[in-house]
Ligand binder design. Structure first.
Ligand code: FAD
Ligand code: FES
Length: 299
């Protein structure tokens, strides 16, 4: 995670990354496909060449749907799992639709992992002794990049380090991601609350925006940090609600999305003010210049 940095000149030499050219996708095969909702699918991918991809929670890959295009997608799996790499994708346009439509056995191109990921040192502390509470706030498919962090946080919590509070906002009950898993998180000690914009007859939970859950959520705002991912407007309101409750702006981390192309800090497509999101983010602290930058529309 960074605080301030100037954007380097674009289009210099392509940064080296191991033996493979960083712009060349590695072929992976879809080994499992889970339909999460009517518009969201999780793909489990295995490299044709074998070997596991190691990543940190909050990092993303560039996924190619061959013949259609390439998009940024966060990794939604458990970093300690070591199995197929997992991506949870909402079908919103041509490339995401092509990826969501792939069947088991299909090939996908993968470049990555890229980006910095969530900073969880508030939980571990430099000496591994801190006990801060963590508030995870997700809107819609924003829960996907947060899932690896929740899984890591639950392991830390089992070692007695602070509370894990997970607040989820969804458009409707049928759009809630990872439904069965939420109870597992609860039994492992997390405080998980879900709210929906529009309830149906079966819904017994909260109705309203996710920020409405923050004021009564069980955490100490003066000794907690927060991980937030969702639509940008939701993240802005969430950050404000956390600030209102007393959390310091540097303790609030947001994962941002911009149009990505190279993913390696070379093309400049993902620039936001002084930052390149693929290189300096996608996770940023709300403090510093982020609040001001988020008020501006993406070009
Ligand atoms: C770092 C990062 C991580 C991401 N992780 C995930 C993830 O885990 N799961 C997932 O489903 N999506 C994720 N996305 C968003 C995903 O990259 C976009 O949905 C995708 O680029 C859309 O491409 P498309 O060709 O399907 O649709 P397009 O035709 O390009 O766009 C369809 C609609 O989506 C909007 N859109 C396009 N790109 C983005 C974007 N980057 N952010 C927000 N809106 C966009 C367009 O304005 C348009 O309204 C991530 C994006 C970034 C930058
Ligand atoms: S600089 Fe190319 S996507 Fe970030």
């Amino acid at each position: 995670m960074v605080t301030e940095k100037s954007v380097e000149p674009f289009r210099g030499p392509i940064p080296e990354s191991g033996s493979r050219h960083p712009l060349l996708p590695t072929p992976y095969r879809v080994v499992k496909r889970v339909v999460e909702t009517d518009t969201v699918v999780t793909l489990f991918l295995e490299a044709l060449e074998g070997g596991n991809l190691t990543f940190r929670p909050g990092q993303f890959n560039m996924l190619t749907a061959f013949g259609v295009g390439e998009i940024a997608v966060s990794i939604s799996g458990d970093p300690l799992d070591g199995g197929p790499i997992r991506h949870t994708i909402a079908s919103v346009g041509a490339v995401s639709h092509a990826l969501c439509s792939l069947r088991v056995g299909s090939l996908v191109g993968v470049r990555g992992p890229f980006g910095n990921g969530w900073d969880l040192t508030g939980v571990t502390g430099m000496a591994g002794s801190a006990t801060q509470d963590v508030v995870v706030v997700a809107g819609g498919v924003g829960l996907a990049p947060l899932r690896p962090a929740v899984l890591e946080l639950l392991k830390m919590k089992e070692e007695g380090r602070g509370r894990v509070v997970v607040l989820i906002g969804s458009r409707s009950p049928d759009q809630v991601l990872f439904k069965e898993e939420l109870d597992v998180w609860r039994t492992r000690g997390a405080h998980v609350e879900v709210t929906v914009d529009r309830a149906d007859a079966s819904w017994r939970g909260s109705v309203g925006v996710v920020t409405s859950l923050i004021s009564s959520a069980p955490f100490d705002p003066h000794d907690a940090f927060s991980l937030v991912c969702g639509p940008e407007v939701m993240m802005r309101f969430t950050a404000r609600a956390l600030l209102d409750k007393g959390m310091h702006e540097d303790k609030i981390q947001l994962s941002l999305e911009r149009n990505m192309q190279c993913g390696i800090g070379w093309c400049g497509h993902c620039q936001l003010g002084p930052y390149l999101l693929c290189r300096d983010g996608p996770v940023f602290p709300y403090g510093g210049r982020l609040a001001e930058l988020l008020a501006k529309r993406e070009l």
